[in-house]
Ligand binder design. Structure first.
Ligand code: O7M
Length: 216
């Protein structure tokens, strides 16, 4: 199912234990708009974890796919067959590689999102100088949306101006220093939060607190 901003929260479950991930997803009880899985969880628990997590809502497969078009298609097919609702790919591999992900997504009625500028400090070295080009590449290729940094709200706002009606998913809130409210004000449609939720004593309360910040 396509991502629809309701709570505007996507929870990243970067855990190394499938049972713990499922237990947190169950506790969250669907208050987030999606769960995001990345390599730590899939490598530890297997791709089948996507199907298990789907019982609790939409699942985004954050595999940051960045290969030649044929390999990208094969990776995306595995993610969608496993039940993912969306895939995340890198844009720097080029428009043909991105289009392969989008093409595969559309076969399954799913979505593809493209990483532009990342949230960590090293992103200023190579990605930041090309961020607007990556946004344009994503837009022309027909991506559902892009990833842009909650850690740099001013950059997020600039990226929003180039993004047209593509959805923006903004990671870096909480543990990396970004603020939920500022990210939404800068133009994000969703925030992605990992450690500040799954590492909290009460992940449900922590998620609720982020959602309330977004509503305020
Ligand atoms: O809140 P955290 O820092 O514990 O987790 C953030 C999550 O977002 C984690 O799964 C990262 O891999 C991911 N992420 C970033 O932190 N920065 C980015 O620039 C991009 C992503 C991401 O989700 O890309 C799709």
């Amino acid at each position: 199912m396509p991502l629809v901003p309701r709570s505007r929260l996507i929870v990243a479950l970067d855990l190394m234990d499938g049972y713990e991930a499922l237990s947190i997803a169950e506790k969250l009880g669907g208050i987030a708009d999606a769960i995001k899985v990345n390599y730590p969880l899939v490598l530890a628990a297997g791709l089948g974890i996507i199907k298990d997590l789907k019982k609790h809502g939409n699942v985004v497969a954050d595999f940051k796919v960045a290969d030649i078009p044929n390999t990208n298609s094969l990776i995306c097919a595995q993610a969608f067959k496993a039940g993912a609702d969306a895939i995340i790919c890198h844009g720097f591999a080029g428009s043909d590689s991105v289009k392969a992900c989008i093409g595969e997504a559309s076969k399954y009625g799913c979505e593809a999102y493209v990483v532009t500028e990342m949230s960590h400090p090293g992103a200023v070295e190579f990605l930041q100088p090309h961020a607007f080009e990556l946004v344009e590449l994503a837009r022309r290729a027909g991506a559902s949306g892009i990833i842009a940094p909650a850690t740099r709200p001013e950059r997020l706002a600039d990226i929003r101006r180039h993004a047209g009606n593509m959805k923006i998913l903004a990671p870096g809130v909480g543990a990396q220093g970004g603020e939920a409210r500022r990210a939404i004000e800068a133009g994000a449609d969703f925030i992605i939060v990992g450690r500040s939720i799954y590492g909290a004593d009460d992940p449900y309360e922590a998620a609720l607190e982020f959602i309330e910040q977004l509503r305020r």
